[in-house]
Design a binder for this molecule. Structure first.
Ligand SMILES: Nc1ncnc2c1ncn2[C@@H]1O[C@H](COP(=O)(O)OP(=O)(O)OP(=O)(O)O)[C@@H](O)[C@H]1O
Ligand SMILES: [Mg+2]
Length: 316
């Protein structure tokens, strides 16, 4: 389907680039999104976090007008969704959770086809191709067929493709899943430069380091409901508020009984004991006497918050 770029007919972007208000979605008997509300300000990077099956992709699909909500109000770039979704999407770049590139086309052809979708001429898109390939470090792959690319290269192409229409808002579902550490750092740097140019980003991720580095604010959801929202640093301070000592070794249960009086809180996950401590010194003294243990003393991070809120056991 070709949709002409009707940017001039769009209402100007309100202070909130994305408004999601008391949205509900059921599949059969199952409540997948249960009255979820959040707003993303223009120019902000906002992270939607949650365990597998929490409803993140469903939320993004409703935001884009791909899935119909059962109740609630959604606005994207000031446009009501789903009624004006196709107009809103002219100003939006999308990275779906699973790549949907055309495997029979080359990298360049995939970008050209996408440009056409946004009403760009072949000439206009062809002029954009070098900078898009540079964005994704795929300069040497312009004429390679997508089917010949590695998984990470396809992901980088999907990211580049989302920028064809110079979008105001980027909606990215697990943008760096499947990328090696170097590529992930490259994409973080690229996304920061997009934010510096005033773009708005809504992303989902299972990499808490990614959310902590990039997101101004995050919203943690579980079973389609919000369980926390705020700036990563604020959530770390309010939910954890102290240092963490991770201890690996045999018999974490006996060790926990020994160290619990010295800690604010302890948790066991598999063979790791987590000690949350205001004063790490007494725990260090105990651990120095044990040569059979390895341990790491570190500041609390967003992963600690996520696991505190959603539990250390797998959920689905
Ligand atoms: N089309 C559908 N029909 C029925 N159930 C669905 C459909 N799409 C999603 N679900 C269910 O809705 C719930 C939320 O799925 P969703 O894909 O939104 O989760 P997610 O948070 O994106 O998970 P992940 O982190 O694994 O990608 C899951 O229980 C899933 O099985
Ligand atoms: Mg998902």
């Amino acid at each position: 389907m070709q949709v002409r770029n009707e940017r001039s007919t769009c209402r100007p972007m309100s202070a909130a680039a994305i408004e999601f208000e008391d949205v509900k979605k059921h599949y059969g008997e199952k409540t997948v999104v249960g009255g979820l509300s959040f707003h993303v300000r223009a120019g902000e990077c906002f992270g939607l976090l949650g365990p597998n099956g929490a409803g993140k992709t469903t939320t993004l699909r409703m935001l884009l007008g791909i899935a119909a909500p059962d109740a609630g109000t959604i606005r994207l770039c000031g446009e009501p969704i789903p009624s004006r979704a196709r107009y809103a999407r002219m100003r939006v770049g999308v990275v779906p959770q699973f790549d949907n590139l055309d495997p029979d086309f080359t990298v360049r052809e995939n970008l050209l086809v996408f440009g056409r979708y946004f009403g760009l001429s072949a000439k206009q898109t062809r002029e954009l191709v070098p900078s898009l390939l540079e964005f994704a470090r795929l300069e040497n792959k312009a004429d390679a067929r997508v089917g010949e690319l590695s998984g990470g290269m396809k992901r980088r192409l999907t990211l580049a493709r989302a920028l064809v229409n110079d979008p105001d808002v980027l909606i990215m579902d697990e943008p760096t899943t499947g990328l090696d550490p170097q590529a992930r750092h490259l994409i973080w740097e690229r996304l920061r430069s997009l934010l510096a140019r005033g773009k708005t980003i809504l992303l989902t991720t299972h990499f808490m380091e990614e959310a902590e580095r990039l997101c101004h604010r995050v919203c943690v959801i579980e079973e389609g409901r919000k369980i926390a929202e705020g700036a990563p640093r604020e959530l770390i301070a309010s939910e954890i508020g102290c240092d963490v000592i991770e201890i690996y070794g045999p018999d974490p249960v006996t060790l926990r009984d020994e160290l619990a009086p010295l800690a604010v809180r302890t948790e066991i996950s598999g063979e790791t004991l987590f000690c949350y401590v205001d004063d790490p010194q007494p725990v260090h003294v105990k651990l120095k006497q044990r040569t059979d243990l390895r341990y790491l003393h570190r500041p609390a991070n967003l992963e600690d918050v996520f696991l505190r809120l959603t539990g250390r056991e797998m959920q689905d």
